[in-house]
Design a protein around this ligand. Structure first.
Ligand code: GLN
Length: 215
């Protein structure tokens, strides 16, 4: 359990849009008037001190390789299995998946955490210069659609029976949830809309409270 006084959200800090996720989470905390903290985390002992975690967009192979070198992957997995809420955006969702493919190279031999029972197609919407924005209906965060920013975005091609589909775009699954783990193919940290980060904060507050009750 987090020993800190306030609810603390960690952002995995090896590579990718770390600062953008810190800013989006700070915005969420302030909009919700929650007295919380956001911390960039890299090492195993830091993973023990947070109530929620964000795996940012960026390059999934780089992030999981560096997390493995620092021995942080097993601790992240342990915390997730204890119920700690996690949000993986784009590369972060790829890291959380159990298998990943690329149309050009086939199955990618990257290290995956497997906490989401999903199969991923990497770069499913084309390459960097085919990045785009689209309004994505997503009931989890309310009636108004969410502005999805897609940058070399993956899509979910298979989802297990325990996986809830949260959003689709062009008939492809672009956001999922499995218990305490949420993955989005797009980048909520880049849209200026903190609703998905607020959802994670809410889950982290609940998780922290439940842990206190049980300890
Ligand atoms: N295609 C990238 C990957 O496989 C993800 C892109 C992103 O996070 N914007 O890691």
């Amino acid at each position: 359990m987090s020993g800190a006084k306030k609810v603390t959200i960690g952002v995995l800090g090896f590579q990718g849009d770390i600062e953008e996720n810190v800013a989006a989470t700070e915005q969420a905390l302030s909009e919700m008037e929650v007295d919380g903290a956001v911390q960039v985390v890299r090492y195993p002992e830091e993973m023990e001190k947070i109530d929620g975690l964000i795996l940012p967009g960026g390059e999934s192979t780089v992030q999981s390789t560096l997390a493995a070198i620092q021995h942080s992957l097993p601790v992240m997995k342990k915390r997730i299995s204890e119920g700690m809420p996690v949000l993986g955006t784009c590369a972060g969702m790829i890291m959380l998946s159990k298998r990943a493919f690329d149309r050009v190279i086939g199955e990618t031999k990257q290290k995956l955490m497997g906490d989401l029972d999903i199969v991923i197609e990497r770069n499913a919407f084309g390459r960097q210069n085919e990045s785009f924005e689209a309004d994505i209906p997503m009931a989890m965060v309310g009636e108004d659609s969410f502005k999805g920013v897609f940058i070399r975005a993956p899509a979910v091609t298979e989802a297990g029976k325990d996986v809830e589909v949260l959003a689709k775009f062009n008939n492809r699954i672009v956001a999922v949830r499995q218990k305490n783990v949420i993955g989005t193919a797009f980048h909520p940290e880049l849209s200026g809309d903190s609703r998905i980060h607020r959802h994670l904060v809410k889950m982290a507050v609940d998780f922290r409270r439940d842990q206190k009750i049980n300890n």
